[in-house]
Design a protein. Sequence first.
Length: 459
Amino acid sequence: MAAARRIVIENCAIATVDADDTEYVSGHVVLAGNRIESVGAGKAPEGLENVVRRIDASGHLVTPGLINTHHHFYQWITRGLATDHNLFDWLVALYPVWARIDEPMVRAAAQGSLAMMARGGVTTAMDHHYVFPHGSGDLSGAIIGAARDMGVRFTLARGSMDRSEKDGGLPPDFAVETLDGALAATEETVRQHHDSSFDAMTQVAVAPCSPFSVSTELMRDGAQLARRLGVRLHTHGSETVEEEKFCHELFGMGPTDYFESTGWLGEDVWMAHCVHMNDSDIAAFARTRTGVAHCPSSNARLAAGIARVPDMLAAGIPVGLGVDGTASNESGELHTELRNALLINRLGAHKEAALNARQALRLGTYGGAQVLGRAAETGSLEPGKLADLVLWKLDTLAHASIADPVTALVFGAAAPVTASFVDGRQIVEDGRLLTADEDAIARATRDEARRLARIAAQA
């Protein structure tokens, strides 16, 4: 780091989200290249060389960048549809539309999804993409390219489906892949795009969609493929009571037992939702260190229920936050999920003791890093970790009268992002992206949404 270009951030409140939840009322962060060099109270050390920028962050809280652990970018162009449906009815309504997506649509939708998250403090994003209609183009390449251009650290969960309507599934027949085709395409995506290095900007996970759209063979073979390639595994799990009924009827067991029977529990696995988990399920996830992506807004929007997040955390399960697809969370923002996770969980059995502000912030930062397998690199502000962090402005009308900055961030209105850094590079300034034209993205997503709607209507 001696010769690295340094950025010094001073006079700010800091929530490091390290193992001790260390915080500073007024402190500094020094970035050296793409790493955090120092974090501490008061001014930065004297005599630093190669300082290219000093930021007076008075009135700000600095936190690790937010980490999104579950999303479906393509849904950005089908927002606002089927707004009064539960999960299965919503899927039945939207799969015929989604089955018509193509590469330009997916690229625009990825740009919209990433832009909305990045301008709201997300520094590490993920996308679970599982719809690959025949002849639709290089969808994985379009998504990865959008993330690279935006400057966001990214995990593509390369999804797949091989159980279509003719097999008792929900997707149209032409929107699914064959077993062998899905496995081969997934392996090729990993080999082309996965980077296992410490400061990787792009990683790939193996991610068959869900028990009701994927064959047992694809689940089992997908798990074996991921472990042979040394990458992580992701899928949907225990989202609704209908899914639990489906698993009992088709497999003779509940979702968690089914996942275990196919090799889908382990410290290299994370599941989205996990709303309907009994004590035995939670014990199995804890025993195997299987992670959970908690998506409170989507769960509420689809009336799926309240996940037992306090019980999961008490059991030692890694839990992060997810936006989920923007056809079931139209805002597309993760920073609002800090508040929603806290509030919705307080409606559950634990009431006011369910989550506090610091636990919510941990879910959105370090918890997400754990779930994505990157806790050694990001998720907290510590020397040697990657320079992924956010400056939240808390001295305006919306927050200035709240004394505790973490409480202001989580309980208060969505806080403005003055600056967001990924890998030591600033990608947001005063709430606007520096790496993309937001207005152009808005136009492109509107045009592609209208084109998709026309195609779906004609079909």
